[in-house]
Design a protein around this ligand. Sequence first.
Ligand SMILES: Nc1ncnc2c1ncn2[C@@H]1O[C@H](COP(=O)(O)OP(=O)(O)OP(=O)(O)O)[C@@H](O)[C@H]1O
Ligand SMILES: O=C(O)[C@@H](O)C(=O)CO
Length: 428
Amino acid sequence: MKQVLLGCIADDFTGATDLANNLVRAGMRVLQTIGVPDSPVDLAIDAVVVSLKSRTIPPGEAVKQSLDACTWLREQGAKQIYFKYCSTFDSTAQGNIGPVIDALMRALGADFTIATPAFPDVGRTVFKGHLFVGDVLLNESGMQNHPLTPMKDPNLLRVLAPQTSHSVGLIDYAVVAQGADAIRARIAELRQQGIGIGIVDAISNADLYRLAPALAELPLVTAGSGVAIGLPANFSIEPNSQAALLPPASGPRAILSGSCSRATQAQVEDFVAKGGQSYRIDPLALGEGLAAIDVEVKRALDWAHPKLGDQPILIYSTAAPEVLQTVQNHLGVEQAGAMVETVLARIAQDLVEAGVGQLIVAGGETSGAVVQALGMTQLQIGPQIDPGVPWCAGMTHPSGKRIHVALKSGNFGQTDFFTQAFNRMHPQ
Ligand SMILES: Nc1ncnc2c1ncn2[C@@H]1O[C@H](COP(=O)(O)OP(=O)(O)OP(=O)(O)O)[C@@H](O)[C@H]1O
Ligand SMILES: O=C(O)[C@@H](O)C(=O)CO
C-alpha cells in the first residue's frame, strides 16, 4: 500500500476537481475518487480527494458519508484531513458544513480547526468574518436566491454558529497580516477560550500562504479550495510542472451544460453567438415520464451524431432565471432537475460510446450525474483551464474508454470558457 499525506473530502464533484487542481498546481500528485473507494490506493500519490455529493442531502447522511471517507483516508495513512466546501459557503441553518465539521473533529480527536471559504483567484475573500464575492457581500451576489442553499447572511460566524456544537471565533485580518507566528498565537488563544472553530480572514493569496504553516499541526483543516495553495509546502512539496501532465486527448469534443448559474449563462450565450454548434433542451417540451425522456435523448442525439467531427458541439438546458422559474413551477424543482440530469447523463453515455473523447460538463449536480452515468471512479488531474477548473482524465466503466473531462462549477470560468477550454489541454 502507498502512503497518502493529505486526505481530502469534498462535498460536491466540481468542488473536488477545484481542490485537486489547486493541490496539483502546488506540486502534489493527486488522485480524485468518485465516492469512497472499496480498495486501497495502489498509486504513488501525495493526496486523495474523495468526491461526495453531500452538500444538500440530509445532515445525518452527509455526516455518515464524510466519516466513511475519513476512515478510508486514514487507512491510507493520511496525516491531515481537509474538508472542502463551496467558496460561497453553501449551507442551510441545519448544515451540512457544521455537522460534518463536528463529526470529523470528534473522529480525529481535534479540539480546534479553522474554517474559511476564501479563494481570491475567483474573487472570494473574507474580511472581519464577512464573505465577499467579487466586489459585493455574499448576500448581494445572487447567492441569496439560490434554490437550495440561499445565503442571506455574509457574516460567517453567524452562519456557522447555529450549525455546530462548537463556539466559533475569528482569526482576523490584523493577525493574518502579521504571519504564521501571530496566527499560531491566535489559535492558542482561541483554544484557551474554549473556541473550537476559527473563521479566518484572507483577502489575497499572500494571506493564504501566510496561513498555511500555522495549520501544519492541525489534524483537520476545513475550507474552500483556496487554502490548498499553501498546504503542500507543509509536506516539503514544491510546485512541479510534471504534476499536471495527462495522456494526450483524442476524439470528438462535446459540451453538456445543465448549469443555470450566471457565469454559465454568459458562456453558453458566447459560444452560440460565436457560431458554435448548439442544441437546446427545453424541459417544458419534454412532457411526462420515461418515454418523454427517451424521445428527447433521441432527438438530441439525432442532431449531435452527424456533427461529431472537428468542431465541438454544445447541448444545454441552461436557462435564464425567469425561464427556470416557469419550468420549476410547472414540474417542481426536484422533478425538473432530475429529468434534465437524466437526459444529459444519457446523452453523455451515448456520445462517449460514439467516440467523444473530450467532454466538458457545466454544473455541480449535472457533473455528478454525468460522471456517475459514465461509471468513472477515478480522475487524474491535468492542466488548469481557468481558476478552479482543470482538465481531468479517467476511464469509463464498463466500456473501459479513457476520456478527458472538465467539470466546471456553475459560477467558474471566463465568458469564452467553452471556446477556449479545448485549447488548454497542456500546461500553460
Ligand atoms: N432548464 C432547466 N429547467 C429546470 N431545471 C434545470 C434546467 N436546466 C438545468 N436544470 C437543473 O438545474 C440544476 C443545476 O444544478 P447544477 O449543480 O448542475 O448547476 P450549478 O448550480 O450552476 O452548478 P454548481 O453547483 O457547480 O454551482 C440541475 O439539477 C439541472 O438538472
Ligand atoms: O468552491 C467552489 O466555489 C466550487 O469548487 C464549488 O464547490 C462549486 O460547487
